[in-house]
Design a protein around this ligand. Structure first.
Ligand code: PEP
Ligand code: MN
Length: 337
């Protein structure tokens, strides 16, 4: 349930209302927009007398919300969430490109790619230090050494870094990381989500391989409910019956998520496709569908990449794609954030 307060509602009356609701075991999420003040009520609201609440002269309106996600719900938070990271903005009206290798392999590899993607216009550097691989025999990432190399690349280029966390026990090592990525396979690692709710760092949350939109938003809800408002949703393709492609990019997730939530939505065309030649058309589809950004895998030598080489663009291909993206983003009147 959401209570919409009148503009300039009396503070004493508001506090009395909050006290009354809290005494009934209701948890309140406050949302102060430019024009409206909302209170999202979580808990057993069935016992509340709506007519009595409406009789309170600071209450403008009351709406019941049936969706189980409250903090992520646009009905409770009508204004778009715009997340600022090191002077860059992610969210509606802006368009951010995150680029870099699937995994950090060496200092030379990472700095070469970082400098190149920066020149092409990427605003963030990605790179996995801890890799969630299907096979335990595949390259698992350079781990803490990878984090060190990401910090070096950040220092050298000024690009904020985006990298994946696997467990809440790693949080202390992620101090220098600007955006913490939660991979598709960890979307429902609830202990991790709860721990990320306790920190204030932006979290890039990827949709699980077979997750519904509601499950995806419920995972975001874990982070938001813990007190961290900085969540970026990432659609990266889902499992379907089609074997000709690694995953199926669910392009409808963009308008759906943006309708039901206020959080920024970005697309990962690399993991959705699994094939580098498909990254360009899927990126264009993402822009046309209203996405707020892209996360793209780029490698200096895709054929010899230790992970996901088949879906990685080389640096020239990425540069060409960025030229095309900038024109389309300008056409959509978004700012390269
Ligand atoms: C990645 O970004 O390299 C990755 C492993 O992505 P996902 O979790 O979407 O598979
Ligand atoms: Mn990858």
């Amino acid at each position: 349930m959401v209570i919409i307060l009148k503009q300039n509602a009396d503070t004493a009356k508001k506090n009395a209302l909050i006290e009354n609701l809290t005494s009934l075991g209701i948890v309140i999420h406050h949302s102060q927009g430019t024009h409206t003040t909302l209170m999202g009520l979580v808990g057993d609201t069935s016992r509340l007398d709506i007519n009595l609440l409406l009789a309170n002269d600071i209450v403008e309106d009351i709406r019941r919300i049936s969706e189980p996600y409250k903090a992520a719900n646009r009905r409770f938070h009508p204004d778009d969430t715009i997340i600022s990271v090191a002077g860059r903005k992610i969210g509606e009206g802006f368009f951010s490109v995150i680029a870099g290798p699937c995994s950090v392999e060496s200092e030379e590899q990472l700095t070469t790619i970082a400098e190149s993607v920066k020149k092409s216009g990427a605003k963030f550097l990605r790179g996995g230090a801890f890799k969630p691989r299907t096979s335990p025999y595949s390259f698992q990432g350079l781990e803490n050494e990878g984090l060190r190399l990401l910090s070096l690349a950040k220092k050298a280029t000024g690009l904020p870094i985006v990298t994946e966390i696997m467990s809440e026990s790693q949080l202390d090592d992620f101090d220098d990381v600007d955006v913490i990525q939660v991979g598709a396979r960890n979307m429902q690692n609830f202990r991790l989500l709860k721990a990320l709710g306790q920190c204030k760092k932006p979290v890039l949350l990827k949709r699980g391989l077979s997750s519904t939109i509601e499950e995806f938003l419920m995972s975001a809800e874990y982070i938001l409910a813990g007190g961290n408002p900085n969540v970026i949703l990432c659609e990266r393709g889902i499992r379907t019956f089609e074997p000709m492609i690694r995953n199926n990019l669910d392009i409808s997730a963009v308008p759906l998520l943006k309708k039901h939530s206020h959080l920024p939505v970005i697309i990962d065309p690399s993991h959705a496709a699994g094939m580098s030649w498909m990254v360009e058309p899927l990126s264009k589809a993402a822009i046309a569908a209203g996405a707020d950004g892209l996360i793209i895998e780029v490698h200096n030598d895709p054929k010899n990449a230790l992970c996901d080489g088949n879906q990685s663009l080389n640096m020239t291909e990425f540069d060409r794609l960025m030229g095309d993206i900038c024109a389309r983003v300008a056409f959509e009147k978004k700012i390269m954030g």
